[in-house]
Design a protein around this ligand. Structure first.
Ligand SMILES: [Zn+2]
Length: 447
């Protein structure tokens, strides 16, 4: 569905759907959900078996009926993969209908394959176009796509930029010197990367004698995703100041789409494309569905996907949702993701996320903003220590930096770190071209 002829000042890519009153949006979701459940039950050996065992029927009456259905997760995907057919027991179409597959990074075990039919792929790209438009991308934009194209679900997002009429410049994941050359040569207006890479690339540009603000003056928007940093105001601000751009956070997962949700101009959470994905937040222990604003595990159900429907997929992300209408006029739920379940640590009965630490460090001007967290057990108690870098050119004594950061961490998270270790600029060694390794977990049992 090409909507290239939309006027540039049209605020919404798909006005009718994006601003549907809640009640109608839920009616639409229910219609799609009924079809999706029926399709999954009839075509996936796994869903048929799991739902028969759980005593649930795909013939539902309300959205609330979904709460009775069993969850799936990464392990379900792994267990079903390759069983009975190439894509396995969760796949609902014959292999000859699958035109594209992405895989997970494999960072938490065997990579899982995520198959798409042609229609799934078109829905995916239509969703990307809508999220790009929401950030202000228009047909006269030049989008330089510096994402990994190899197996990674973010790879094809460039097609979403092209669908709305922008120029797609397919650069891919190349070494930073090559990327900076391409940026200089083709003067893009839009780019997308992880927050840590957006920051690192700016540092590399400076090292190579560029002035990020002047030499790349055409660049006006950076989309970031893949790490919680994008939702941390101080992290976004640091990238905005470095490049003189606007920064928007997007969120996606290999199991569904490259981006399932993205920020609008108000940046108060990420609008999830609710006409394609139903979101629930569930209690970590009991699995009970929680209300708006309550913190739990974010769980997704695809409404349109056919190659592999995800029904109540527990993502491992912790956060909350806000269903109230946004100031931008969009009615689709806003997601607030705080971090990964396996990276949450509990200190003195307080839940702490690496993103809380990042917020503090990025706000402290006496540091470079880089950090590393080590979580460990001592005397049957979980403790955390944080390493930071002293700001470039600063001669503030290390112990004063440590004391201040310690106090700020206590204020923001509610619990004091066991220790703050201060390194000199650039000595921490956490920067990475893809995702930075900033979290060291030495706990005996994860939370
Ligand atoms: Zn909004």
């Amino acid at each position: 569905m090409a909507l290239k002829d939309l006027p540039y000042d049209e605020k919404y890519y798909d006005a009718e759907v994006e601003t549907l009153p809640r009640e109608q949006l839920e009616e639409l979701q229910l219609k799609y959900l009924k079809e999706e459940l029926k399709f999954a039950y009839e075509n996936s050996p796994y869903y048929k078996r799991a739902w028969d065992e759980a005593g649930v029927s795909p013939d539902i009456e309300s959205l609330k009926d979904l709460e009775k259905f069993p969850f799936t997760d990464k392990q379900t995907e792994r267990d079903c993969q390759g069983v009975g057919s190439f894509f396995g027991e969760l796949c609902c179409v014959p292999e000859d209908e699958v035109v594209y597959m992405a895989t997970s990074s494999g960072s938490t075990g065997v990579p899982t394959m995520s198959p798409f039919t042609q229609k799934d792929f078109e829905d995916f790209q239509h969703a990307q176009s809508r999220l790009f438009w929401q950030t202000g991308m228009r047909p006269n934009d030049r989008y330089l796509h510096a994402m990994n194209m190899a197996l990674y679900v973010g790879g094809p997002d460039v097609i979403g930029a092209q669908e709305l009429g922008a120029l797609g410049i397919w650069v891919g994941a190349v070494p930073s010197a090559r990327l900076l050359w391409a940026m200089k040569q083709y003067q893009p207006t839009y780019m997308w990367s992880s927050p840590s890479y957006a920051w690192l690339l700016g540092q590399k540009a400076i090292e190579q004698g560029y002035d990020p603000k002047k030499d790349f003056a055409s660049l006006k928007t950076f989309i970031i995703s893949g790490e919680p940093g994008g939702s941390i105001e101080s992290t976004r601000k640091a990238i905005e100041d470095l490049w003189d751009v606007k920064v928007y956070d997007f969120f996606g997962l290999s199991d569904i789409y490259g981006a399932c949700a993205g920020m609008c101009e108000y940046k108060d959470g990420l609008h999830i494309i609710e006409d394609q994905i139903l979101v629930e937040v569930v209690d970590l222990q009991t699995g009970e569905v929680l209300g708006d604003g309550e913190q739990g595990e974010i769980t997704y159900t695809t409404l349109l996907k056919h190659a592999r429907p995800n029904i109540r997929f527990r993502s491992g992300d912790i956060g909350w949702i806000d269903r109230s209408p946004c100031k931008c006029g969009r009615t689709h739920t806003r997601l607030h993701i705080q971090g990964r379940k396996d990276e949450m640590f509990i200190v003195s009965a307080v839940n702490v996320f690496p993103s809380d630490v990042e917020y503090v460090v990025r706000n402290d001007e006496g540091t470079t903003g880089e950090y590393r967290i080590r979580v460990y057990d001592e005397n049957f108690t979980t403790k955390y220590e944080v390493s930071v870098e002293r700001a470039f050119g600063s001669d503030e004594p290390y112990d004063e930096v440590a004391k201040r950061v310690e106090g700020e961490l206590k204020t923001h998270t509610g619990v004091r770190p066991a220790k703050v270790i201060v390194y000199d600029t650039g000595k921490l060694g956490v920067s990475a071209e893809h995702k930075a390794k900033r979290f060291i977990d030495e706990r005996k049992h994860n939370a």
